[in-house]
Design a binder for this molecule. Structure first.
Ligand code: UD1
Length: 419
């Protein structure tokens, strides 16, 4: 077990590269199962969630090689269609293997992913969509058995909510199919386009419409390709939060500002000066943050739920009262009691957090409740007076590549310590 020890109060300055997107790399790694050949995936972040995906790939029979941030996945021989419970539990997003294993093998058997810290995270939309496409879905004592009894011939799947995972699973299940499947009210996150770009490079024909429509014209076989995973917009927003809270002047390189344009005005309202040049972004902050009256998490292109916790940490030291509404996950305020231990004045009323900014947070021993909640505690610790110890950082390692290394490069006093 490890923890992060942060001596707060240092301004951040310098340049860092932003990692590849975890939420793109995971479905793309799942998609490699569909290709009877070798996929070369560049810019894969080095994360424990990626290691969990590699374990699943190896279990299915793929040969996986890793060279720095490039993964080579040879899926010529897939030997099974079941994923054991132990591997499913390592990472909730493992459900994205459902579509690809089903697409390749005609059958997929895996445990239903359990609830997770940030909410129930049901998969009813994934399953009802597959049923619409003619897939037989049985659920028996926590095991999910999906069978393609006849080829998928296309159709229309209308999602009642633009679920990212459900959209990805439908794309993966339909990439090897006979007809054209149209998803209405599909997720529009940049990671969906990245998955489509990967599958299209392999010979599929996926069109992303401008109003949440994804049309998949399936093919009988996909070929090998090389792909470069997009930049991680949530990692960019987390580092921007760190600068907004601690002050400083930082350049983020290898970012993609077009993937989080709607969030930049929030940082400007907080008082940050932002200079945006496409693949690099300069953020300067020379004062105490200002409050932001109304932030609501929404599906893309709205304010991302994954950035809610780090931004809450910034607003907890803002001048004035901020109001933040979490619309996506029902239990995504678990970082707030930890921030309160550091002196934050935040009230929660259902899905609304009312943040009464305090001039200074104080270092404390806190526990990372989940991935983005953990990142929020790091952001808070960087700006706090004194020493903050963040425990249970395995959550943070699921989504941030050596967070302490990136922040130390910017002048933060942060160390990883073995417990
Ligand atoms: C993905 C991201 C996660 C992000 C989330 C929302 C990955 C690996 N994870 O998660 O970081 O926070 O999108 O942007 O890409 N829902 C249902 N039934 C379903 C599916 C979803 O009710 O069948 C609900 C969920 O409970 C949640 C909401 O829809 O309230 C959003 O979920 P979804 O978009 O599916 O998120 P994930 O794909 O799990």
């Amino acid at each position: 077990m490890e923890k992060l020890v942060i001596c707060g109060g240092r301004r951040l300055s310098g340049e860092i590269d932003v990692q590849g997107a975890k939420n793109s790399a995971l479905p793309i790694l799942a998609a490699t199962v569909l290709i009877k050949g070798e996929s070369v995936i560049h810019n894969c972040p080095d994360l424990s969630d990626i290691d969990a995906a590699i374990k699943i790939l190896k279990h299915l029979g793929c040969k996986v090689k890793k060279e720095n941030n490039t993964l080579m996945v040879d899926s010529r021989e897939i030997s099974c269609y079941n994923i054991p419970d132990t591997l499913m539990r390592e990472m909730r997003s493992s459900i994205v293997f459902l579509g690809s294993v089903l697409g390749r093998m005609g059958k997929a058997v895996m445990s239903s992913p359990g609830g997770c810290d940030i909410g129930l995270r049901p998969i009813d939309l994934h399953l009802s969509s597959l049923r619409t496409l003619g897939i037989k879905v049985d659920e028996c004592h926590g095991t999910l058995i999906c069978t393609k009894e006849k080829p998928i011939v296309g159709g229309v799947v209308s999602l009642s909510f633009p679920s990212v995972g459900a959209t990805e699973n439908i794309m993966l299940a339909c990439a090897l199919s006979e007809g054209r499947t149209v998803i209405l009210n599909a997720a529009r996150e940049p990671e969906i386009k990245d998955l489509a770009d990967f599958l299209n490079s392999c010979g599929c024909n996926i069109e992303i419409g401008s109003h949440g429509t994804v049309a998949i014209s399936g093919v009988s076989e996909l070929h090998e390709c090389e792909h470069h995973v997009i930049s991680d917009r949530i990692a960019s927003l987390t580092f921007m939060s760190a600068v907004a809270a601690s002050g400083g002047d930082v350049i983020l390189k290898k970012t993609d500002t077009s993937s989080f344009m709607s969030v930049i005005p929030i940082f400007e309202q907080m008082g940050c000066e932002i200079n945006n040049r496409g693949s690099s972004l300069r953020i300067k902050m020379h004062k105490r943050p200002e409050a932001v009256l109304d932030i609501r998490t929404m599906p893309y292109p709205g304010f991302p739920t994954d950035a809610q916790a780090p931004v809450t940490a910034v607003l907890s030291i803002a001048k004035g009262t901020s109001v933040l509404v979490e619309n996506i996950f029902e239990n995504r305020f678990k970082h707030i009691p930890e921030l309160q231990r550091m002196g934050a004045k935040i009230k929660i009323e259902g899905k609304v957090a009312i943040i009464d900014g305090t001039a200074q947070l104080y270092g404390a021993k806190v526990i990372s409740p989940d991935l983005r909640g953990g990142a929020a505690l790091v952001v808070a610790g960087l700006s706090a007076a004194g020493t903050t110890v963040v425990e249970q950082i395995s959550h943070i390692d699921r989504g941030y590549e050596n967070i302490e290394k990136s922040l130390s490069a910017l002048g933060a006093d942060i160390k990883r310590v073995k417990v």
